[in-house]
Design a protein around this ligand. Structure first.
Ligand code: NCD
Ligand code: ZN
Length: 335
């Protein structure tokens, strides 16, 4: 096959940051995706309808045709009374970070049950709950698995509430999501389908590739295989959310690297390569452009995107950020 055309994809988990960086990120995202979920962990975070509207205006002002699916941060102070205004401002989802699990989560949630009235209000407004499903403090490889009982508990209390377990990274998570009702789904990143812990740190636990460090951390070969299998099988509960999360080269290489991998410019070519190698190209479009939209109950995109089999070398650096697969050769290119 020398070319492939798919419905234009959506990214259901993307960090578009702020300021000059935001302008670059919006433009790069618009080249690949029709719509993108916008994560709310800005500084300060997107807490209320006013923040959300302001951020949305800034994103639109970049002047692309990318459509923004806005989210707000579910924090201890997010009250049920705030939810109708957030919905009216255009929010599609609220994102919950447990306290201290990742970049800018110092204001995260310690007591999830205390937020049950807020979840009830989100259910009434038909908003999606996006979960960063990790328990801080545990062994990095076990943090996600340790969170799964909490996911079960929320689902049990709110069986109708649509929940996305974001960036599923373990076999345990794949099995848990498959076993629960259709209101539970998972987003899957490109890097968790490609990397294992060995690509990030050595056996003593010291990070040898800071640009591969993300939260949740890439796990074992068995975990990666479980993710690949469920995605290649065309399971409707698993869809693309890149969790593209750029940090400057300077910060990444300074010693204590912040977590996050910038994947937007290579996401689609890398996925195409992966699905082709597995003999599953026929499943690519559903993963990138259908299952997520169905879960979010939004129409499928009309436009299409073409990839051609043509090698190219990924840039070493883009606006001060080292992208995933920097300097490497990829075999599929967006035409
Ligand atoms: C994200 C970031 O940098 O904002 N980092 C990451 O490793 N994924 C935060 C997040 O979504 O966890
Ligand atoms: Zn993220």
């Amino acid at each position: 096959m020398t070319s492939i055309t798919v419905r234009k994809p959506d990214d259901f988990h993307n960090h578009l940051r702020q300021g000059e960086m935001m302008t670059h990120l919006v433009k790069e995202t618009a080249k690949v995706f029709a719509r993108t979920n916008v994560m709310p962990n800005t500084l300060p975070p997107i807490r209320n309808a006013e923040d959300l509207t302001k951020y949305h205006e800034e994103l639109k002002a970049v002047g692309t045709d990318l459509e923004f699916l806005m989210t707000f941060k579910v924090m201890p102070e997010t009250s049920p009374e705030m939810i109708p205004a957030l919905k009216a401002a255009g929010a599609v989802a609220g994102k919950l970070y447990p306290l201290g699990v990742t970049t800018h989560s110092e204001d995260g949630v310690a007591d999830i049950e205390a937020l049950f009235p807020t979840f009830q209000a989100m259910l009434e407004e038909d908003l999606v709950l996006c979960l960063h499903g990790e328990v801080p403090g545990e062994d990095a490889l076990k943090r996600e698995e340790a969170f799964l009982p909490k996911l079960q508990a929320i689902h049990k209390n709110f069986p109708q509430l649509r929940i996305v377990l974001e960036h599923a990274s373990s076999k345990a998570a794949v099995e848990a999501v498959k076993s629960m009702g259709d209101s539970i789904s998972a987003s899957v990143t490109v890097h968790h389908l490609v990397l294992t812990i060995e690509d990030v740190q050595d056996s003593a636990g010291s990070i040898h590739h800071p640009h591969h460090l993300c939260m949740p951390i890439c796990k074992t070969d068995a975990d990666r295989k479980a993710l690949q299998e469920v995605v290649f099988s065309g399971h409707h509960k698993f869809f693309l959310g890149t969790d593209s999360a750029p940090h400057s080269r300077e910060k990444k290489e300074a010693g204590h690297p912040p977590a996050g991998i910038y994947t937007t410019p290579v996401a689609l070519p890398v996925l195409t390569e992966l699905f082709e190698e597995a003999g599953k190209l026929d499943q690519l479009e559903a993963f990138t452009s259908q299952f997520g939209a169905d879960f979010y109950q939004i129409p499928l995109n009309d436009s299409q995107i073409e990839l051609v089999k043509e090698s190219w070398i990924v840039s070493e650096e883009m606006f001060g950020v080292v992208p995933f697969r920097a300097g490497e050769q990829l075999s599929w290119k967006i035409s």
